[in-house]
Every structure is written in C-alpha cells, then in structure tokens.
Design a protein around this ligand. Structure first.
Ligand SMILES: Nc1nc2c(ncn2[C@@H]2O[C@H](COP(=O)(O)OP(=O)(O)OP(=O)(O)O)[C@@H](O)[C@H]2O)c(=O)[nH]1
Length: 197
C-alpha cells in the first residue's frame, strides 16, 4: 500500500511549531511515523507546503509532494497524494500522531479489500478518525469534485462514498493499543505523549 503523511497544516495550537518535527527520544515525529509506515508501505508520500523545512529529515525514498491548492485542509493534501499514489490502497495519517500503527493499518486494509468499500476508518471513543484511515485510490476524482465545489471537510467527502467504520472492539480483540488514533495539537498534548513513550 501507499502511506501518506499530511503535514500541510498551520500548527496554530502548537504556537506555529511544526508538529512533524517534534522530538520523541531524539527522533522527529515524522521519522518515527516513517519507521512505522515502512513496515507495511512500499511507497511513502509526505504532503506539505514547506518542503524545505522537512527534506533533510526524510529518507531519500520518501517522496515530498505539495498541495495543488494550498490551505484546503487535510482533504487538499489527500487529493495531492491520491493523484500520485502508485498503489490502490492508501493509508492516510496526520503528521501529529505519535502512535500510528501498521498493524491497525493492515487490519483496516484487509477490511477495505474484503468489503470492496472506498474507505475503512476507525471509530474510537465514539469518534471517527479519518486521518488514520485506509482509502481506495479511486477516491481521488471524488475528492477533486468536492474541493471544486468549495467544500473542505473530510466528512463532506465521506458522505459521498461507501465507507465503513471499524469499531474499537475490533482492534481491542486483536490486542491493539487504541492510542494509535491519538494526536498532539498543543504543547500540553506533546508533554503528555512524551510521558507515554
Ligand atoms: N497537506 C495538507 N495537510 C494539512 C492541511 N491542513 C491540515 N493538514 C494536516 O492535517 C492534519 C490535521 O490538521 P489539524 O490538526 O486540523 O490542523 P493543524 O494545522 O495541524 O493544526 P492547527 O493549526 O492547530 O489547527 C495535520 O497533520 C495537518 O498538518 C493542508 O492544507 N494541506
């Protein structure tokens, strides 16, 4: 599958500090994510509007992309990535998630493939987490249409596709740590996450 890291946000709640470069035991968050993604992905795409900030932290085999139209939110980044993805299955994550899980991604991918749906997305603590989801690459066209209409919310796109929510119980049964959907938005979130590693 293709792995996609979305890092084109403004990081306002982190006081402008790029969340992908937060350090976790001497490793940047993006390096930590790439390490986890490589367990299941043959291709990794990193989507940002500031490539120069990140390229020195990324291995050569990770491709850097920019949004076609910047500041459209995560959906804009997904659009750029899906247009370039070489594989049918695309694992999308936000750059601010320290505990992304390749095991969860594999389970979601199996579910997406078996159900032939457009996306498989975790439902944890009564919340869906589209930024740790598996999507079929064919979603690219629909995302483009949604963006063309001026809609930017991932939910507006999901309303138009056949997606399945995968409940927490499914991951728990398989022994997974549900923190895989956790993200860090603020300096306080970052301190808390550091203590959990
Ligand atoms: N490629 C791309 N990614 C984005 C864009 N906007 C947000 N993201 C990413 O989507 C994920 C979720 O973003 P948010 O947490 O909602 O926004 P943020 O900009 O990171 O943080 P705040 O400014 O504090 O809201 C993060 O990984 C962002 O980097 C965008 O316009 N393009």
């Amino acid at each position: 599958m293709t792995g996609v890291i979305l890092a084109g946000g403004q990081n306002r709640r982190m006081n402008g500090q790029p969340k992908a470069l937060l350090l976790f035991h001497g490793e940047t968050l993006l390096q930590r994510q790439v390490r986890e993604m490589k367990k299941v992905c043959h291709e990794i795409l990193f989507v940002t509007n500031r490539p120069s900030l990140y390229w020195s932290f990324l291995p050569d085999d990770v491709r850097i992309l920019t949004d076609k139209i910047p500041h459209q939110g995560p959906l804009g980044g997904m659009h750029a990535a899906f247009a370039h993805a070489k594989h049918e299955q695309v694992w999308v994550v936000a750059c601010d998630m320290p505990f992304i899980s390749s095991r969860a991604a594999r389970l979601l991918a199996q579910y997406q493939q078996k159900g032939s749906c457009d996306a498989a997305i975790p439902l944890i603590n009564d919340k869906i987490h589209p930024l740790h989801g598996i999507y079929h690459q064919r979603c690219e066209k629909l995302i483009a249409q949604v963006l063309d209409r001026g809609e930017r919310k991932v939910m507006q796109f999901l309303k138009q596709v056949d997606w399945k929510q995968i409940p927490a119980s499914f991951f728990k049964e398989k022994g997974l740590d549900l923190r895989f959907v956790m993200n860090v938005n603020t300096p306080e979130d970052y301190q808390q996450a550091l203590m959990q590693i």
